[in-house]
Design a protein. Sequence first.
Lengths: 444, 105
Amino acid sequence: MTQQTVKVKNSIVDDGIEAGLARLTPERIESVIQRVLNREAGARLKTYARTCVHCGLCSDACHHFVSMNRDPKLSPAGKVKRTIGVMMQKKGKVSTDFIREAAMVAYSECNLCKKCVLYCPFGIDVGYLMTLVRRICHLLGVVPRYMQDTAHSQSVHFNQMWINGDEWVDTLFWQEEEARDEVPDIRIPVDKEGADIFYSVIGPEPKFRAQLIYQAAVIFEAAGSDWTMPGSPGWDNSDLCMFSGDNEMMGRIKRAHFEAAAKLRVKKIVMGECGHAFRSVYDVGNRWLGFKMPPIPVIHAVDFYHDLVCNGKIRIAKKFAQPITLHDPCNIARGMGLYEKARELAHALCDTVVEMTPNREHNICCNAGGGIINCGPPFKDKRVEANSVKAKQLFDAKAMGAEVVIAPCHNCHGGLEDIIHHYGVEMELKFFGDIIYEVMEKPE
Amino acid sequence: MAEVEFKGKKFVVDEDGFLEDFNTYTEEWVEFCMKEEGIDTLTEEHWNVINILQDYYKKNGIAPMVRVLSKLTGFKLKHIYELFPSGPGKGACKMAGLPKPTGCV
């Protein structure tokens, strides 16, 4: 075979970050950092900065630290010290090289997974501190190109994949038509006022993985749910602006989502299997808008499916036979505590559930979330190599018999797929929706 | 970034294995990708999808929705996934020489 691959190992160069740096002046850097530190961060930052005693208990919680030879620079406290710590100490008088380094740390060395928060004796939220660094980078215009492109799409279309209004509705009609081959008369109701459920998804579902919408329709039909999807913007619940640091745009995207649901006078929002979208609707975006809790009840797919399956609203024809293991996504496990429900659901659907160790709120992150996978190809090798500890965890679960990994989050899917491929783990990945669709009694 | 040599042709690819530059695409690239994408034999149907992806990309600068692929080929969604097991976004776009789509993919 005349085939040869030569890997060129260079330090990461990101076009978006470099273009942003080229526009900076020392005055601009100083004024932006001062503005964020003094006017946006305030007491919370000061408290965290004064409380951390550098005890190092956060270190072992971090997959970057554990996977990269326990490099102290990659411990959560180390990452804070290298970024926001220096900015505070120098009162914003830092160089463009420093900003490049800070952007690299904030966008590619912390997934905002918040596992370290559990291990900090004071509960210092390093995820919040890294978000602050990203906020500064966004205001300076120093954001990885792939992530900024996605944020641009959300600014223009209120969805993350440049999908036009007509394309969205057309895709729903198309999947309704395809689903009718299997379930005659099935509907994907668009803009149905007064429905119980407003079902929202993320951009990649209509763009490339439309079968997920089809499967959801079959599940809703079997359960006899009164549901709808909006025909206008607000259907995409994801939010890359939350991760780039563009809080203003994040607020607008969340408002569009809530308003689309309010306009249809629905009782609740049910979201597809996405973790970061849930974080943006349930924790971050709603609070930026001033809602302590979402103005309309928000239910994640895992919670919703748990109700359907465990309360007998849909019946299981034959349980899933291959042994599975369950990956707890940070945003719904640590973010909302859905880990017990996810387990009950897995046991109700599958013959054999093998536990990964650690699990539940202590699970190891996929290293794709927090927007890292959205930073695109320049960061892929780094992302995969900085999570060898996840590969080991998967190998261990495989040794105990697990063949399939259920990951109820799109980012986790992408990240785990890359890890499985890179380390040769050879396990299959599925969503809960895939499994339910496979094992349920289908509607007639 | 990596450089790949296949049948005398050189390709520069990004870390996700996509071509760095769409203009460096040649038919050998498709042949190079197919095995990794789980495709044994290339059929006219594969080429049909690849050609449509390239036309759309040249006109619009992004990858089309899978709905557009279905409309122009007449293939059902399931069949597109049978042709390209890693899907239209990662598999088919890669083989057609398009850059990796942005977003959660």
